[in-house]
Design a protein. Structure first.
Lengths: 342, 342
């Protein structure tokens, strides 16, 4: 039984949202009719594409931490590791609709696809156009020629960020959708799990990993990965991940990338930065330029131990979108030169 | 044996720092002679008090994550859970000295006191005045009438922030020291541990907690707490912590506080926000006004499971200092109204 600071496991998501609103009411608001729809106070406005993200809980700061000016306008929140039903997505969309269409973005999981597709149909009945871009950055989850079957994982952070910036720059729905697809196509993630997590309802481990083993490519809900191996030193693990990502990405010398070294939950910053050291070495050896690096627990699986590495293969468009400022409860992008201004 | 993504346990801190510099070279630099001295690129300047923080590693983002414009000018970095020796503190101070004196701030631990005191003496030989303010926010670590014996824990975040803002506002050494002491005197933390961490060198648990138990007041290096009890629901744990903090703080109705709900490492955001829900309820019941809430892993003990709650009892001075913008690799304070400007 995992030791947890919770009350009733079945109330965990709603109580979490109460705590989020108590902390971040300056940036976020809860939809009055739909308590599982979290809406940005400062982003939505007339003429702007409404970007609505969402998915199961337990991945915090994904998804609700990325709602805010310059990123997502709203998030629809499901139970732990479970898709939200259609209604919060509909309510989130209508609450942030500015007359320029809605873009739904979420990881490619069957339950999410079903529920957001129903939300899209419900919005059509209201005369609101809603489109969908699925994230499919997890290279472990299907072969390279079946990218559309892959799952969305930590690369969400960069992909949502790019789309959110495009929307904040008042681009059209066609253009926001194009850039979201472009961002997804150029984002690659691979993770490694070292120890399981447990759902608040059961407190039982959702899988087993023997001491001295790791699982490469395990999904963020414990979906089977590519293989189990002996746990090796961090540099060897990073090399295995980087070999796979670099082979997929096909970048040329001098190309720029954004890097995310992500904790799945329990793995501390010390280990992430040790991993990032090797990531930076490998990128330098490949002649690639690191434009930006994020390190931390950005797409988690409750208290799972492990980490993932994401690379976004930048071009001028994507770099501009990643650099665009955003102001979310759990992700801020400062303006270039902010530190020098004062 | 804890599963860790590290290489050589003895190299973990230096490799972590390599990874930190690879990620945050726009904001941080390593002292050329002192690789364990991490210096802000944008903060230090002539006429400004140099604020140098530091302590053992394994608490990230404490301490190095709080180096940056508006907060600390530099940090001296020790081994895991071990004080830095005097030299990196001296080098950090000299590298950021602006002619207005140096303030050392760190948690009250015997090893840190010894080493920073030696650093102070070495600086005197160079004609540089250095003073010290110890943080003593952990109310579990000594009785109320012996505050000066208490340890410094997560409240560091607010206390350093207040002092860093005072220095950034170009206040004198006397004034920065006064405000740092004032901030410390009004900051109260109490934590609870649910599961141990392990040092990279040994990978063995640094203490044992039986399933179904918790330890109230355990220190961030596993120092013994006030008592062991049955693990109870989050609200009951928060109530126990809040009762103790509110009794110490002695605030009057209408007073303002800043709140930090901190993960010791493995405890995920979901649990922290569930705790914050109850924190906010208790503060509302007491008639206190929450000015700002931070939630997340800000002062950790590697992958220890557990959490702490910190309250800073604000007044106009402290509120102004907490609101002052800062730009660190792992802590940014936006300017008021930032989200509306764009």
């Amino acid at each position: 039984m995992t030791q947890k600071l919770i009350n009733d496991g079945n109330a965990a998501v709603d109580e979490m949202l109460d705590g989020v609103m108590a902390a971040h009411g300056d940036l976020l608001q809860r939809h009055e009719r739909a308590p599982r729809a979290i809406v940005a106070r400062h982003g939505p406005r007339p003429g702007k594409v409404a970007l609505v993200i969402g998915g199961g809980s337990g991945h915090e700061p994904t998804f609700l931490g990325f709602v805010g000016k310059g990123l997502a306008d709203a998030a629809a929140i499901g139970n732990v590791f479970a898709s939200p039903p259609p209604q919060p997505a509909v309510d989130a969309a209508l609450a942030t609709y500015g007359g320029a269409g809605v873009l739904f973005m979420y990881g490619n999981y069957a339950g999410d696809v079903m529920n957001f597709d129903m939300a899209t149909e419900l919005l059509e009945l209201e005369g609101v156009e809603a489109r969908t871009v699925l994230t499919t950055d997890d290279i472990a989850s299907a072969p390279r020629d079946q990218r559309e079957r892959r799952r969305g994982v930590a690369g969400n952070v960069f992909i949502f960020k790019a789309a959110g910036a495009a929307a904040d720059l008042m681009m059209s729905l066609d253009e926001v959708e194009r850039l979201a697809r472009h961002a997804n196509a150029r984002t690659f993630t691979l993770g490694v799990a070292l120890a399981p997590c447990s759902l608040p309802q059961t407190r039982r481990a959702n899988f087993d990993i023997a001491a001295g083993e790791m699982e490469i490519g395990m999904g963020i809900h414990g979906e089977p990965g590519m293989r189990r191996e002996a746990l090796r030193p961090a540099d060897a693990v990073v090399d295995e991940i980087m070999d796979a990502i670099l082979a997929e990405m096909g970048a040329a010398k001098g190309d720029r990338v954004a890097v995310l070294v992500n904790s799945l939950g329990a793995t501390p910053l010390m280990e992430l930065y040790i991993m990032n050291r090797r990531v930076a070495q490998r990128l330098a050896e490949a002649g690639l330029i690191v434009h930006r690096t994020l390190v931390g627990p950005l797409c988690t699986s409750l208290e799972m131990a492990g980490a993932s590495i994401t690379l976004m293969h930048l071009d001028d468009e994507l770099q501009r979108l990643l650099d665009h400022p955003c102001e979310c409860a759990m992700y801020q992008q400062r303006r270039p030169g902010d530190a020098d201004d004062r």
